[in-house]
Design a protein around this ligand. Structure first.
Ligand code: 5AD
Ligand code: SF4
Length: 426
């Protein structure tokens, strides 16, 4: 019997889907590539913006319709939206067989045993760690920062760090199965505090332990919170050879008034201090960010401060989002008073600024040699990333999956580089 998992949202959700897959494989299910022919469909949902919820909701609606028309498969709705709208979902779609909220997702394997038809008889078995060059490993769940716009603390609950030894064990197993790169996931990795055999382990120590795992060549992590990104983190990035020179550091806004209303716990000056320290210690570091546009009360002047900050800081990449109120959050009590077309305009202005900055930044890489960890071949071209997380495309007749190679950069675009293969590195 086949399962199909559709995943919405962030990389944490991608990692959660991986965990659910493990549970299904252990119960004798096989991986399917689409709903067609699947006996079980899991929808792993996101709640971060209204748009993310409506996409997942309409997919669930489609599934229910197919069931009503006589197709036979079980439907499980999991993740953040499942947590937020548990009761509504069950009422609106009685044909959904099971709802597993984000807080229960680690118990997925246990919970599905209650769904009739989910355990093909006598097939329980040990499942090995998934293979793949790049492994995403959750190191902590939940968040207790309560940024006023954000639903995550409600749907994922308070911070819980995984024990360090368990993380090390998982990464060691993934390395044995071919992983060369690991991305550590958490809503706020800098506040990681995991138990270990000899007491507690903080994030910099965890990085140090992972740095010692044979086979792992690159370590990445997300997301860092600017208020907790201190000297220790900067030291880890510069001192540990496997930790890549890339930090995702969400700024959200360049206006101190809006940052305070968002409950972010830093000012623009504080943020810039972290960026300057990072760049002073590691001049090649790539810094990416999230910008939230149209938070309640954001005036044109507030927005212009954000635009100026974006131009001053010169990010390598920006993920820009239009604010949507999330029920139950502090900001949702305020009027959503930035008109839709104003949000659109400000969003377009950020993207156009990013276009200029990123294009220019990448152009400085022209004619350089870059160390690329090759992930896969796509449409006849090899694809990999630089340590600074820029995507590189090149051609070669060699089989290069998982190899670190040197590529001469011949052409650059806003978020990708194109080059020619020089040699396998090392
Ligand atoms: N509306 C729009 N974007 C949001 N984000 C978080 N909450 C909201 C919301 N209510 C954005 C933030 C965060 C990213 C993951 O999603 O920028 O950093
Ligand atoms: Fe990830 Fe946040 Fe979406 Fe949940 S709500 S899936 S944590 S982006």
């Amino acid at each position: 019997m086949k399962y199909f998992i559709k995943t919405y949202g962030c990389q944490m959700n991608v990692a959660d889907s991986g965990g659910m897959e493990k549970g299904l494989l252990a119960r004798g299910w096989e991986r399917g590539e689409s709903v067609d022919g699947a006996g079980l469909v899991v929808v792993n949902t996101c709640s971060v913006r209204e748009h993310a919820e409506s996409k997942a909701m309409s997919f669930v609606g489609e599934l229910v319709e197919r069931r009503q028309k006589g197709e036979d498969f079980r439907i499980i709705v999991a993740g953040c939206m499942a947590e937020r709208m548990k009761d509504t979902l069950k009422k609106r779609f009685p044909l959904v067989d099971l709802v597993v909220g984000a807080k229960d997702i680690e118990r997925f394997a246990e919970l599905i045993e209650n769904v009739p038809g989910v355990i093909p008889a006598d097939k329980k078995s040990e499942v090995s760690e998934p293979s793949g060059i790049s492994a995403f490993v959750t190191i902590m769940r939940g968040c207790e920062n309560f940024c006023s716009y954000c639903i995550v603390p409600y749907v994922r609950g308070p911070e819980v760090s995984r024990p360090a030894d368990e993380i090390i064990e998982e990464i060691t197993a993934r390395a044995a199965n071919g992983a060369k790169e690991v991305t550590l996931l958490g809503q706020n990795v800098n506040s990681y505090h995991g138990k270990s055999a000899n007491g507690a382990t903080a994030f910099p120590e965890l990085l140090e332990k992972i740095n010692a795992i044979p086979g792992i060549e690159r370590i990445r992590f997300m997301t860092s919170h600017p208020k907790d990104a201190g000297d220790e983190l900067i030291k880890a990035v510069t001192r540990l050879p496997k930790v890549c020179e890339h930090v995702h550091l969400p700024l959200q806004s360049g206006s101190d008034k809006i940052l305070a209303a968002m409950n972010r716990g830093y000012t623009l000056a504080g943020y810039s201090k972290v960026v300057n320290a990072l760049r002073a210690a590691c001049p090649d570091v790539s810094i990416t960010t999230d910008i939230l546009i149209g938070f309640p009360g954001e005036t044109q002047e507030d927005f212009e401060q954000t635009l100026r900050a974006v131009n001053d800081i010169q990010f390598d990449f920006i993920f820009a989002f239009k604010y949507s109120p999330r029920p139950g959050t502090a900001a949702a009590a305020k009027p959503d008073d930035v008109a839709r077309d104003v949000k659109e305009k400000r969003h377009a202005a950020i993207l156009s600024s990013l276009n200029g900055i990123a294009t220019q930044k990448n152009a400085t890489l022209l004619h350089t040699e870059q160390e690329v960890l090759v992930e896969e071949k796509r449409a006849g071209q090899w694809v990999g990333r630089t340590r600074t997380n820029k995507k590189v495309f090149f051609e070669s007749v060699l089989v290069l999956t998982g190899k670190t190679v040197l590529v001469g950069i011949k052409r650059t675009k806003i978020n990708s580089l194109y080059g020619t293969f020089i040699k396998i590195a090392g």
